[in-house]
Design a protein around this ligand. Structure first.
Ligand code: 7GP
Length: 829
């Protein structure tokens, strides 16, 4: 029987001498084992890629051990779990991060050396896991790292897209998109769970049937798809805890279409099966507008249904009363993308578990929390009622019922204020009737989170004002953060060593607040010298990369000025480019003597534009057009260079951020919900040139406004400026730059006209013109500071010293204590 088998297995395990060993010799043995038996390559001939794969498999074995024990321990302690539901995770590479978090970096380096390999070289073989678009998705990844490190009993759930975010290639200055078939060469970091599968149903009809004298609704679905689990272990740092990120892939169901087979339509029924697999094929590359695409809705429901079946199954294994659900389970909605969970869990509790509507509702009310990541109005998801009704007929009924109950309750509270009622309704009436996913999420969640203080105020006073007035206690903010493991330890090893040396401890890797200790050393000249050397080294790495990617040679003495993020009008890459044109124009009009006084700059821009976002694509083209002119102008030489770094992603960020002197976060105030790039730059001792937007406002609180270059309209001034419209004052320099572009100074005259129109007086929604003057002043202040190296280095050190509060460890602890109400649960070694 089972007991006997278990006893035998335990005996066997003890004979195996417990766990895998981590001394360099054992590591070598394991790597070679995987070369021979996993890769099936001869141990006498394998290349770097095969060595990387074998190495990764040996790391994976070690992850699996800890991951097993962690889950056994979570189960044993019956601690409340957090389920983090997100349609996007930008994990990047796993090798270095895993080895560092496992604490066996040095052993691996030595093991590989003895085999004649270098760890860093093999690490470069790994491709990025890019299952997300931008900030929201990378923030999810940082949160997973912190959840594991802080020992929280958490699971991540997502989709295993076969094509991640497109690869950006630049042809003739234009962006082209290429598929990212990232699984082509195998993925050693995932564990396929062929037995963890669930059926997900679509379409069909709802019928009312009589059950023990009661009328109940039964969904008779039309199509069935199978979800298969792929598990990705996420190791914590300095702990044994290794949590799970479970991603779902779609497979055709075994319940195949019998009729089709019987009628002999064999080929067509196979083709249909392939269509179902398409559900998890591709990540949508638009990070803000997802309106009403059928496949996107299918993806959302597929993800939600599989995850909830899995979660409920796990709950039922240990509990038999659904009243306990709120004490055992916290479900987090990462933006509105997973918000169909609400309807799905009501369906499970009412239709399948027969709890009755009001009992189910009382439970569901207590388990959801919701974070919203945008202030862009198009970012608020809507699903056409017709589409939802045909794909998920039962869910549509449930949504209507939730809404009608909510409307009744609301009428009692606010009376018959029809305007307000219709604004707050989950259903939007109008030409295309649709479901407002944000309203749904707010009504059904106990907490609504903004991602920074400013963002949360915008939510309360504008975006969700009506809801805030109804339920002020629901609205919270938890400022974003980033993990110092990835953004210092992995990506900037020399800074990491320097920090530990001068802080006298490595404890900052788990407790970023200790970074404030750097303030004690700012006046120490040898510390400052070492700090400068680290920056120089990282600039060297970056300069080499720039030369290989774009052929442009850059001077290490120049200020490296970086703006890397998705291309959006509100992020104002165009303001940056206009600033560069202005600088170029000034240089051209200077005499030789004056030119000698100018601080040389390397301007670096990188980021992807959504494939259908015309204006964003024109911004990329303009950047290349300006670069072409400036970089080849013999008058200018090293005084100004402009480079566009193609295919910006997590691993490129790891290289670019440590090498930056200055970075730009220049969104129109009130538009960047938080921003997390700024936090990574700050940690790496890079100075910020920024507007008082999103989390920058809180960075200023920590750092003091003297230690960064601040400019532009404040959040509260923006509305008034916009009202001025055509009467808005715009500096002459701005008009001049605009003229240059319009007149074809950088070529492609016709192509750039519509781009120029977007910033013409009267039409300049993002206020580039009115902020241009103060932008140039901030840039001049940066130039001035750069020629006083001591001052600059001090500001750089103080930046890193102020970054502790922006660790995702702080973010996660706040969420855990205030929102999710979960406790750490550390698996003993
Ligand atoms: C981003 C926000 O633009 C950024 O300000 C924030 O730091 C980040 O989320 C993490 O909270 N939003 C997205 O990436 C996004 O796709 C659409 O928003 C829902």
């Amino acid at each position: 029987g089972f007991g006997e088998r278990k006893a035998k297995a335990e005996r066997m395990f003890s004979l195996m001498d417990g766990f895998l060993k981590n001394d360099p010799f054992s590591l070598q043995k394991d790597i070679l084992h995987h070369v021979e038996y996993t890769m099936a390559r001869s141990r006498f001939s394998f290349d770097d890629y095969e060595a990387y794969q074998a190495l990764a498999h040996s790391v994976r074995d070690r992850l699996i051990e800890r991951w097993h024990d962690t889950h056994i321990y979570f189960k044993k302690t019956k601690s409340k779990r957090l389920y983090f539901l997100s349609l996007e995770f930008l994990m990047g590479r796993s090798l270095s991060n895993s080895v560092i978090n496992l604490g066996i970096q040095d052993q691996y380096a030595e093991a590989l050396n003895q085999l004649g390999f270098e760890f860093e070289v093999l690490a470069e073989q790994e491709g990025d896991a890019s299952l997300g678009n931008g900030g929201l998705a990378r923030f999810s990844a940082c949160q997973m790292d912190s959840l594991a490190t802080l020992d929280y009993p958490a699971w991540g759930y997502g989709l295993r897209y076969e094509y991640g975010l497109f690869r950006q290639i630049i042809v003739d200055g234009f962006q082209h998109e290429q598929p990212d078939y990232w699984l082509n060469f195998g993925n050693p970091w995932e564990i396929e769970r062929i037995h963890v599968t669930y059926e997900v149903k679509f379409n069909g009809t709802v019928e009312e049937v009589d059950m023990n004298g009661e009328k109940v609704k039964v969904w008779i679905p039309g199509e069935t798809v199978e979800a298969v689990a792929y598990d990705n272990p996420i190791p914590g740092y300095g702990t044994k805890n290794t949590i799970n990120l479970r991603l779902w892939a779609a497979k055709p169901s075994n319940q195949f279409d019998l009729e089709a087979y019987n009628t002999g339509d064999y080929i067509n029924s196979i083709v249909n099966r392939q269509n179902t697999e398409a559900i998890s094929n591709v990540l949508y590359p638009d990070d803000r507008s997802h309106q009403g695409k059928e496949m996107r809705l299918k993806q959302q429901y597929f993800f939600v249904s599989a995850s909830l079946q899995d979660i409920i199954r796990r709950f039922k294994e240990a509990h038999n009363n659904f009243d306990e659900l709120p004490e055992q389970v916290a479900l987090h909605l990462n933006d509105t993308h997973p918000s169909l969970s609400i309807a799905e869990i009501m369906r499970i509790l009412v239709d399948e578990e027969h709890l009755g509507w009001s009992k189910a509702w009382n439970i569901v009310n207590k388990i959801f929390s919701f974070t919203t990541h945008t202030v862009v109005a198009e970012g608020l998801e809507k699903i056409p009622v017709d589409l939802l009704g045909s794909l998920l007929p039962r869910h549509l009924q449930i949504l209507y019922e939730i809404n009608s109950n909510f409307m009744e309750e609301l009428k009692k509270k606010i009376g018959l204020d029809y305007n307000r009622l219709s604004r707050m309704s989950i259903i939007e009436e109008g030409a295309v009737k649709s479901i407002r996913m944000a309203n749904l999420s707010i009504v059904c969640s106990h907490t609504v989170n903004g991602v920074s203080k400013v963002h949360s105020n915008t939510l309360k006073t504008k975006t969700f004002k009506d809801f805030y007035e109804l339920w002020p206690e629901k609205f919270q903010y938890t400022t974003n953060g980033v993990t110092q493991r990835r953004w210092i330890v992995v990506s900037n090893p020399s800074l990491c060593a320097l920090l530990s040396k001068w802080l006298g401890t490595e404890a900052w890797i788990r407790n970023a607040d200790l970074l404030t200790g750097l303030r004690d050393h700012v006046d120490n000249t040898s510390f400052r010298h070492e700090w400068k050397m680290v920056k120089r080294l990282n600039k060297m790495r970056l300069a080499e990369y720039i030369e290989t990617m774009s052929g442009v040679k850059v001077s290490l003495d120049a200020m490296f000025d970086v703006q890397v993020k998705r291309i959006h009008e509100y992020k104002r890459q165009l303001l940056n480019i206009f600033g560069i044109i202005h600088r170029y124009d000034c240089l051209k009009n200077m005499d030789k003597n004056d030119r000698r006084k100018v601080v040389p700059r390397v301007c670096i821009i990188g980021g992807k534009a959504a494939p259908g976002y015309e204006i964003a694509k024109k911004i990329i083209k303009l950047c290349h057009a300006v670069a072409e002119k400036v970089n080849n102008d013999a008058d200018i030489g090293d005084l100004l260079k402009l480079v566009f770094i193609p295919d910006y992603n997590v691993s490129v960020a790891e290289l670019v951020i440590p090498g930056a002197d200055l970075s730009q976060h220049i969104s129109t105030a009130g538009h960047e919900a938080s921003g997390t790039g700024s936090m990574k730059f700050l940690m790496n001792g890079c100075l910020l040139l920024a507007t008082a937007d999103g989390s920058t406002v809180e960075i200023i609180e920590e750092l003091g406004s003297d230690n960064l270059f601040l400019f532009g309209a404040k959040v509260e001034e923006v509305a008034e400026l916009r009202e001025k419209g055509g009467a808005l004052k715009v500096p002459l320099q701005f008009a001049r730059v605009l003229r240059m572009v319009r007149d074809g100074y950088f070529g492609d005259k016709d192509y750039f006209q519509s781009l120029c129109d977007t910033v013409e007086v009267g039409n300049d929604f993002y206020l580039l013109g009115s902020d241009f003057g103060s932008y140039l002043e901030a840039q001049a202040a940066a130039d001035k500071a750069f020629v006083e190296p001591d001052k600059w280095i001090k500001m750089s050190i103080l930046s890193a010293a102020a970054s502790g509060r922006f660790s995702s460890d702080r973010t996660i602890r706040e969420y855990a204590e205030r929102t999710w109400k979960i406790d750490p649960c550390q698996c003993p070694f």
